[in-house]
Design a protein around this ligand. Structure first.
Ligand code: GUN
Length: 282
């Protein structure tokens, strides 16, 4: 059984980008820049944003955090985005989700210039992903999972892959990227019948449902590859959607939480920001 070390892999990616960036920065005379907008004070969002800014510092990028009040109007939020769209020092713009209920999330995402949408959530980038146009940005979490498969030489061709969860951020784009790898993909949601049976048939399981210990050892077959995208807090302790202790006894590969998919998501955000910076240079 191999534990997929997302932390080490993300470090490797960040080191490579740090080096390439420092060389390019000398030539062009400015750093790559990421702007992060956070609305309100959701504690989980605060942690995610802090980690994203820390990663920017780690690779030498310029970063700015724009903290906005929970009660901001959609109009004022749109005008903040417009300023960043026109700011030449900003290559990537990210609006941390979720947003307060009175704000239309899709409207906000699509107000970000598609060329700066390093989250890969803009309708244009989703469309590019769908048809395989490589000029767009891929959503960071599913892109990070694919990178893990590649690094560990896990071949997906012809494999039965079960994706649990159908969010716009993870489940849906994950399914598309797996299709590109010629996997046979089945997706599940909270209404799915006989989840346990489906799990037992899967060669690869990607758990992105947000329920602690949803995937148990009785559900999976010997040699399964398990990717745990869940980030749950139980009794103050961080855990995924997979019962790691038990499932790791049957798995051939498994990701831990923390230290698995999380750091890879951040590495992909940095990679997308660097891609945007490079695209502007050319
Ligand atoms: N909220 C949870 N995950 C994400 C993410 O990847 N990007 C943004 N912007 N918000 C999130």
């Amino acid at each position: 059984m191999t534990i997929i070390d997302g932390k080490a892999l993300s470090e490797k990616i960040l080191r490579e980008i740090e080096q390439e960036h420092s060389e390019l920065e000398k030539k062009v005379g400015r750093k790559a820049g990421l702007a992060v907008i956070i609305v309100g004070d959701n504690p989980a969002s605060q942690i995610y944003v802090r980690n994203k800014i820390k990663a920017c510092e780690r690779v030498g990028f310029h970063s700015e955090t724009i903290r906005l009040d929970e009660n901001i109007t959609e109009e004022n939020l749109l005008s903040e985005i417009k300023k960043l769209n026109n700011n030449n020092n900003v290559d990537g713009i990210l609006v941390q989700l979720p947003l307060p209920e009175h704000i239309d999330e899709l409207n906000i995402i699509n107000a970000i210039s598609a060329e700066k949408d390093v989250d890969g959530f803009h309708t244009t980038n989703i469309g590019k992903m769908m048809i395989g146009d490589k000029s767009g940005f891929l959503p960071c979490t599913p892109a990070g999972v694919i990178q893990m498969f590649e690094e560990y030489n896990i071949d997906l061709k012809g494999k039965d892959v079960l994706v649990i969860g159908q969010s716009n951020i993870v489940g849906k784009p994950m399914t598309l990227l797996l299709m590109r790898k010629h996997a046979t993909v089945q997706t599940c949601n909270s209404k799915t019948k006989n989840l346990s049976e489906k799990l037992q048939r899967a060669d690869v399981v990607i758990a992105a449902a947000g329920y602690p210990k949803l995937v148990k050892t009785t559900d999976v077959k010997e040699g399964v590859v398990v990717i745990d995208v869940g980030i749950n807090r139980v009794d103050g302790k961080l855990c995924g959607d997979v019962d790691f202790e038990e499932v790791s006894k049957k798995a051939s590969f498994i990701t831990p939480v923390p230290g698995g998919v999380g750091p890879m998501t951040i590495a992909m955000l940095i990679k997308n920001t660097f891609k945007s910076y490079n695209q502007k240079m050319n």
